[in-house]
Ligand binder design. Structure first.
Ligand code: 48H
Length: 261
């Protein structure tokens, strides 16, 4: 067994996929539940998708369940998505179902990869590419560079659409607002920040808030509620899955439009 050959196998395989992802249909920032579900439905329709995730692991807020009890809750509306992925769910009471958070993450991740999505972990999206009033890519750096506060210039990836699935911090939406003075369709023109807990309203608003907020940029998951000032909802994840699926529909239309022009 040749150690140098092992090194070559890893770096050649990774680099081939990385270079092939410099031009994608869709770049998704964040491999939490909404980003993974969105990616899966896009790839199901044969779009070329890359997810960039800053952490070592995927799954975003899922492994922590509710206050480290690693179970998550879904409402009935999201059951068709759990069925599509083959994630086990158990009826609790009324409209509520319980899922093992770790099974949810591993299944989402596996099914998404098998559909052809490329997931790059340990890569941080630090900026967007913007041209003619349209978001047309993301700017990447190694997460370790950011955490070590090193001055290292980034690389860029081009995309017909970008999805902000960065969760509570809505990082990409805040970047476009801060750096480019862009006004988005909120009451102030800026990111409003999420409201306090109200599960029912938060879940409902999440679907409504999942949309294109600037040409080429779609918000989904917790980001959508944070951008539009809607409530948080705690460890119920049906809305995250439904938002990911809706974001995929919105993005497909954008990519189609973009491919014509
Ligand atoms: C690369 C980044 C960057 C960046 C962030 O937080 P997430 O799980 O997000 P959602 O919206 O898919 O799910 C939200 C859910 O987990 C949650 O927090 C709920 C239901 N909260 C309710 C409540 O009341 O608290 O995943 C976002 C992912 C994370 O893995 C981040 O590491 C990653 O995005 N990320 N990756 N570049 N700039 N910013």
């Amino acid at each position: 067994m040749d150690e140098a050959l092992i090194s070559r196998a890893i770096t050649e395989s990774f680099t081939r996929d990385f270079i092939d992802s410099f031009n994608v249909d869709v770049a998704i920032v964040g491999a939490g539940p909404s980003g993974l579900v969105c990616a899966y439905y896009l790839a199901k329709h044969d779009l070329k998708v890359a997810i960039f995730e800053r952490h070592l692991r995927v799954g975003g807020g899922m492994p922590g369940g509710g206050m480290m009890f690693n179970r998550i809750v879904f409402q009935r509306e999201a059951i068709p998505i759990l069925k599509e992925f083959g994630i086990t769910y158990k009826k609790y009471k009324g409209e509520l179902y319980v899922v093992d958070a770790l099974e949810s993450i591993s299944t989402l991740c596996s099914k998404t990869l098998k559909k052809g999505v490329r997931i790059f972990n340990l890569i941080d999206v630090e900026d967007v590419v913007i041209r003619d009033k349209r978001i047309c890519g993301v700017v990447l750096n190694w997460s370790s560079v950011k955490w070590a506060k090193l001055h290292v210039d980034p690389l860029s990836v081009k995309a017909k659409a970008v999805v902000d699935a960065t969760g509570h911090d809505s990082e990409i939406s805040r970047i476009i607002e801060r750096k480019n003075g862009i006004k988005i369709g909120t009451s102030t023109g800026g990111v409003l920040g999420e409201g306090s807990m109200w599960a029912e309203v938060g879940e409902k608003k999440l679907i409504e808030n999942t949309k294109e907020i600037y040409p080429g940029l779609v918000v989904c998951g917790m980001t959508a509620n944070a951008v539009f000032g809607s409530p948080r909802m705690g460890a119920i994840f049906g809305g995250m899955f439904l938002s990911g699926r809706k974001a995929a529909e919105v993005v497909r239309k954008i990519v189609k439009q973009n491919s014509k022009s």
